[in-house]
Design a protein around this ligand. Structure first.
Ligand SMILES: CC(C)(COP(=O)(O)OP(=O)(O)OC[C@H]1O[C@@H](n2cnc3c(N)ncnc32)[C@H](O)[C@@H]1OP(=O)(O)O)[C@@H](O)C(=O)NCCC(=O)NCCS
Length: 400
């Protein structure tokens, strides 16, 4: 079998979308083709061909990701990864994922990220869990709050076309302060608010905003599921604590329902600390965003650190050889530098393990206890934990 890897041509885009849909066990509907055509950047696809037959699909969306300190770092957002069920376990996905990383590097994007369908797939390519989301289920009858900010503003419904004009600004405000957030371009916003075939029909969605002094500070997109007597939050994004409390209260106040379910909540959503009966809040943790440091020294220099410190980090990377070696990181709250060094290492770790703590999702000491990191200088991992700590936990609101 001879497999050719290349981007699809314009005239192959529909076939590519059909193959991707089939890879997930679905036949592409017209709505799905429209969704794919809206979002595709054909030159960033990488497909696998056996002769003329399309047997593997992948793409990388053009994104930027906020990293600790606020820099927006160019990121390849890997998505639409499938191999046809007739061609699995022959190394086709491995070929696509390795080539995607090299192409992302050639584009000068030092990060890659993805939302995996199964967490066993991507570790071998140097990705690791870097931001979590939680599914929260609140019983309405047990949703009284003991603490919450005083609300001066008001909530009201908007249509999807009004939402299109309002939501991006709120999203942008959160993007600028929360690491792990990625940009959502116009096409993605159109898709998000025009009834996506992956989500639910736009007719079933409700959009509510919180406004104070003429400015919208938060929004929620939800639908009602009468069969299970629940309100399902698809996206709740707020730029102020007041808007956060107001929109949760709004959702928990909708009548004739038993529960409110919030998907992909940040792990540090303060609702937990507002509820009178937090034991009745059910939390299910999900590994959401997986991160790949495509150019590790570059991204180490792009974030800011909670504490001044100097560390020599030895990185192992079997796919991106430019990351292999020892690098001296000098970082602090005001800036950072990271350079190759002949000095002996304070600690050694894989590029994937480095990614897991890069946004602040975990301390590296947890990875040490899991036997994933080797410390060579006593105290190095403690210093690394202190340097990489963040005020807010990373969160990615956009599943691309
Ligand atoms: C996941 C998928 C893309 C893998 O494609 P593939 O071409 O079969 O993968 P490869 O042959 O390159 O496999 C490489 C390695 O990954 C492992 N692997 C692949 N898919 C895996 C999975 N779902 N779970 C665990 N391991 C997996 C293989 O066993 C192989 O390991 P080995 O080298 O130790 O034998 C393919 O199974 C698929 O299309 N699945 C359905 C759609 C999907 O889930 N896509 C991912 C979206 S994020």
């Amino acid at each position: 079998m001879n497999i050719e890897f290349r981007p699809v041509r314009e005239e192959e885009v529909d076939d590519f979308i059909r193959a991707e849909s089939r890879g997930f066990g679905c036949n592409a509907t017209d709505a799905y083709l429209a969704h794919g055509n809206r979002l595709i950047e054909a030159d960033r696809t990488l497909a696998a061909f056996e002769g003329k037959r399309l047997v593997g699909t992948s793409t990388s969306h053009t994104l930027k990701m906020t990293v600790p300190g606020g820099a927006a770092v160019p990121t390849g957002g890997i998505a639409w990864v499938t191999v046809q069920p007739t061609h699995r376990r022959r190394g086709i996905n491995t070929g696509m994922m390795v080539q995607q990383l090299h192409r992302i590097h050639e584009r000068g994007e030092p990060l890659a990220a993805l939302w995996p369908s199964e967490s066993a797939i991507y570790g071998r390519f140097g990705y690791e869990m870097a931001a979590f989301g939680e599914r929260w289920t609140v019983e309405r009858q047990r949703s009284a709050l003991t603490h919450s900010p005083e609300e001066q503003g008001q909530t009201f419904f908007v249509d999807s076309w009004e939402a299109r004009g309002i939501f991006p600004d709120v999203y942008q405000r959160v993007f600028s302060v929360r690491s792990g957030m990625v940009t959502r371009n116009d096409a993605a916003w159109d898709d998000e608010l025009s009834g996506t075939p992956q989500g639910r029909s736009v007719a079933e969605m409700f959009y509510v905003v919180y406004e104070l002094d003429g400015r919208v500070d938060g929004y929620v997109k939800y639908r009602i599921d009468r069969s299970q007597s629940r309100l399902i939050i698809f996206e709740l994004v707020t730029a102020t604590d007041e808007a956060h409390a107001a929109l949760w209260k709004f959702c928990m106040g909708v009548d004739l329902l038993d529960t409110v379910e919030g998907n992909n909540r940040p792990v540090d959503d303060p609702l937990l600390w507002m509820l009178a009966d937090p034991q009745r809040l059910r939390r299910e943790s999900q590994d959401a965003l997986w991160l790949r440091l495509v150019d590790a020294p570059v991204v180490l220099a792009q974030r800011r650190y909670a504490k001044e410190g100097k560390l020599v980090i030895e990185i192992q990377d079997s796919i991106c050889p430019w990351n292999n070696g020892r690098f001296q990181l000098d970082g602090g709250p005001d800036g950072a530098q990271c350079r190759s060094t002949p000095a002996s290492a304070d600690l050694s770790l894989s590029v994937a393990d480095l990614a897991s703590g890069y946004l602040g999702a975990t301390g590296y000491s947890a990875l040490q206890r899991a036997s994933r990191i080797q410390e060579h200088s006593v105290g190095a991992i403690k210093l690394m934990d202190e340097m990489f700590a963040t005020d807010l936990k990373p969160w990615c609101a956009h599943d691309f």
